[in-house]
Structures are given as structure tokens and as C-alpha cells.
Write a protein that binds this ligand. Structure first.
Ligand SMILES: *Cc1c(COP(=O)(O)O)cnc(C)c1O
Length: 427
């Protein structure tokens, strides 16, 4: 595999862009490699600056559930482009997108669009605090909610693989109100709630964790959180930026049948363009300006192009319901990986749900961040390099989830498993 062009571009990039990238995980630092510069994508494939082709399991970190350059999405974008790309005034598309999300996710009665998942979780926290009149929040070790100051504490993949679990530039006072609980450990949450009685505004989590590898909730965990929140007047916030429209059309909350007070979205609802959103119960959302007094705004919020890409994507997902098929693909990959690892005598754990899957090189099952940290990341890195050489593009970190799209073919999946077997032999 030649990557001369990518190497040249990367050294040029480093002159003018910190670390050569606009989001840290892209730098391939944790796997000790040069990042590939991508020139185009089509369906399940992406192509780098040297013309190499890869089967893509990153999918822009989640949004590309229909594959790259989906024809209908492209056509919609072309149509919108010609009519102007931003007005800073309301447009009908925004209503349609809000209606579609509310219909798909019944706990969301009203929705506010923003430009990224980060912005959405920042805003959701403000609303939770404004609504409850309380200041403290509980988050979980290893859950990522964007690079929001008070949430950048033990924040999983991106922050973690760089070795900066907390970042300089965040005053201690900003995280004093953030309490840390253990994912899948209800007792750790109940203890915090007791110690901070009537002080906690919200519990925020990824209902299916995807930023410390993929870790589903254990039985009863989400239900326990819901009950605790009801007892204590705490708002339950599901960050479904990754899991929304990914594990199922109605998100993780639909699969597990748990109703949060506020939900956060991003990624898929922008169809590959920059979008985030937060929404929930009407009485909560009516506190947001200009209906209410909790301020939140954005020049490009509800941008017509982003809304158009999102709407077209959700339209297709709703009409085609690809989730059973996506679920079969990820279950098959995860099953084949597991049996290949077993016959090679390599300790291996894997999970799959809808269009999302993940694995760890580990003897023991992984249910939380501490356990994820104990898995064999060196082995992952060697494995990653071997897969990449064979034309399989995985997330460059042991603590990320992987995604399949509707365009991943049987042949793509079979090639991936063949590469996986070879990667195990290369060990
Ligand atoms: C990606 C992600 C975010 C951040 O979204 P950005 O658009 O990158 O700001 C927040 N929460 C979760 C669960 C995510 O996966």
C-alpha cells in the first residue's frame, strides 16, 4: 500500500493546522500511523489521495448510514444549493425535520436544531439546569458528549487515546459540578444522588455507550436510572448522537423502552452535514428562548443544506426500514470475528446492535470504562494496521465503535472477515 500523497499532505497540514487535523482522533496517533487523506467516497468505499480503495467502517464516525454520496441525498443538496444556502430566517424544512424526529422518537415532543452534537449537549445541560434550578450533573466514565467543558471529564475515546483524560484550559471550578458515576453500575449513581440530595439537575449518558468501544447497558440499568430520576426530580438525558437512528429508527430508547426527559441527536440526522439537535418533553422545551427564558441561539442553526441532507436520509430510513438488515450484517460480522478469534486462540469480546458494532481484545466481558482500559490495545493497533493494509478502514482506536451502512454488500462483509482472519495470523 502506497501512501506517499497522504504523507506529503500530512506534513503540509501540520504546518498550518494543529496536529494536521481538525479533530484529534483523525490523526491516527494512537495507532502510530500517518492519517489517510480522503479524496472521495461512494457507497461503502472511500478512496485516499494515493488512489487506494477501502471498505469503510467509520462512516464519518456514524452519519453515513446510507453510504457515501447517496444519489437522493446528492440530488436534494443540488436542488437546495441553487436556491441559496443560508438565510438566518425560518424555513419549512426545519419544521419537517423536527416533525420527523418527534414522530420517530415519541419522548421528543419539541426539538431545537443546532450545528453539532457538542452544541446540543452543551445546550441540553443548560436547559436541564435552568428547568430544575439545580446545578450538579452526573455523567458516566467513558461516555462522550462532545468537547463541552463540564463534560470533558473521563470522556472516552478521543480524549483518552491522546492521554489527556482532562484537558488543560478547563478551570477546576467548571467541572466541580460534574459528578462521575460508573457505567452499568446503578449503585454508584444512587450513592451520588444520596450524597447530593436535591442538588442534581440531570443524569446524562449514552444509552448504548459507543465512545469507549461499544458497551450496551446491562439489564435493568436504564430502568434503574429512570426510577431514580422520577424519585429525585432529576432529568434523564439520553445522548443519542451516535445511537439515534443507528441502533434503531427510534434510537436506543425505543429498543429498551425507557423514556428520557431530554434527548440529544446529531450525526445521522444531518445526513453527513453538520447538525445537532436536542429535544424532549414540551414543558421542558418551552423554557428555551424565545418561548422561554433559557437562552440558546445559532447563526447557521437549521441550515437548509444540512436540514435537506438530514430530511432525505430520515425519509429513506423510514421508508426502507433497513434496521433488521443492518442488524443481520453487524451480527454476522461480529459472529464471524468471534469464531475466527476463538479458533486462533485470541481472547475476544464483541457486541452488535442495529448498524453499530464493536469488539475488544480481552479475556473478560467489558461493561464499563475501567474494564475497557484493561483490554489489549497493543494487539488492537497491530490488528488495525494489518486490516488497513488489506483495504479495510476501521476506526483508528481500540475505544471506538464501528458502523455498517445500507450499501455494505455481502462481498464487502466476506472480504472483511477474510482480512480479519489474515490479521489474526499476522499477529
Ligand atoms: C459524536 C458524539 C458527540 C459529539 O458530536 P459532534 O457533532 O462531534 O460535536 C456527542 N455525543 C455522542 C454520543 C457522540 O457520539
Amino acid at each position: 500500500m502506497q501512501i506517499t500523497q497522504s504523507k506529503q499532505l500530512f506534513s503540509r497540514a501540520q504546518q498550518r493546522i494543529p496536529g494536521g487535523v481538525n479533530s484529534p482522533v483523525r490523526a491516527f496517533k494512537s495507532v502510530n500511523m500517518t492519517p489517510l487523506f480522503i479524496t472521495r467516497g461512494l457507497g461503502s468505499k472511500i478512496y485516499d489521495a494515493d488512489g487506494n480503495e477501502y471498505i469503510d467502517y467509520v462512516g464519518s464516525w456514524g452519519p453515513m448510514i446510507l453510504g457515501h454520496a447517496h444519489e437522493e441525498v446528492v440530488r436534494k443538496l443540488e436542488e437546495i444549493l441553487r436556491n441559496g444556502t443560508s438565510f438566518g430566517a425560518p424555513t419549512e424544512g426545519e419544521i419537517l425535520l423536527a416533525e420527523m424526529v418527534c414522530e420517530a422518537v415519541p419522548s421528543v415532543e419539541m426539538l431545537r436544531l443546532v450545528n453539532s452534537g457538542t452544541e446540543a449537549s452543551m445546550s441540553a445541560l443548560r436547559v436541564a439546569r435552568g428547568y430544575t434550578g439545580r446545578d450538579k450533573i452526573i455523567k458516566f466514565e467513558g461516555c462522550y458528549h462532545g468537547c463541552v467543558d463540564p463534560l470533558l471529564v473521563q470522556a472516552g475515546s478521543g480524549a483518552m487515546t491522546l492521554g489527556i483524560p482532562d484537558s488543560p484550559g478547563i478551570p477546576a471550578a467548571f467541572v466541580e459540578l460534574t459528578l462521575q458515576a460508573k457505567f452499568n453500575d446503578l449503585d454508584s449513581v444512587i450513592k451520588l444522588a444520596e450524597e447530593n440530595f436535591h442538588e442534581i439537575a440531570a443524569i446524562i449518558l449514552e444509552p448504548v455507550a459507543g465512545n469507549m468501544g461499544m458497551i450496551p447497558p446491562v439489564h435493568g440499568f436504564l430502568r434503574g436510572l429512570r426510577d431514580l430520576c422520577d424519585r429525585e426530580g432529576i432529568l434523564l438525558i439520553f445522548d443519542e448522537v451516535m445511537s439515534g437512528f443507528r441502533v434503531d429508527y427510534g434510537g436506543a430508547q425505543n429498543i429498551f423502552g425507557i423514556v428520557p426527559d431530554i434527548s440529544i441527536f446529531g450525526k445521522i440526522i444531518g445526513g453527513g452535514l453538520p447538525v445537532g439537535a436536542y429535544g424532549g418533553r414540551q414543558d421542558i422545551m418551552l423554557q428555551v428562548a424565545p418561548a422561554g427564558s433559557i437562552y440558546q441561539a445559532g447563526t447557521l442553526s437549521g441550515n437548509p443544506l444540512a436540514v435537506g441532507a438530514g430530511l432525505t436520509t430520515l425519509d429513506i430510513l423510514k421508508e426502507q426500514n433497513p434496521y433488521p438488515d443492518l442488524g443481520q450484517k453487524t451480527a454476522w460480522l461480529s459472529g464471524e470475528f468471534k469464531s475466527a478469534a476463538e479458533s486462533a486462540g485470541v481472547p475476544f469480546q464483541t457486541q452488535a446492535m442495529g448498524g453499530m458494532f464493536g469488539f475488544f481484545f480481552s479475556e473478560n466481558p467489558v461493561h464499563n470504562f475501567q474494564q475497557a482500559l484493561k483490554t489489549d490495545t497493543e494487539q488492537f493497533n497491530r490488528f488495525f494496521r494489518s486490516m488497513l493494509k488489506q483495504g479495510i478502514y476501521l476506526a483508528p482506536s481500540a475505544f471506538e465503535s464501528l458502523f455498517v451502512s445500507t450499501t455494505h454488500s455481502e462481498e464487502d462483509l466476506e472480504r472483511t472477515v477474510t482480512a480479519f482472519r489474515k490479521a489474526l495470523r499476522d499477529e
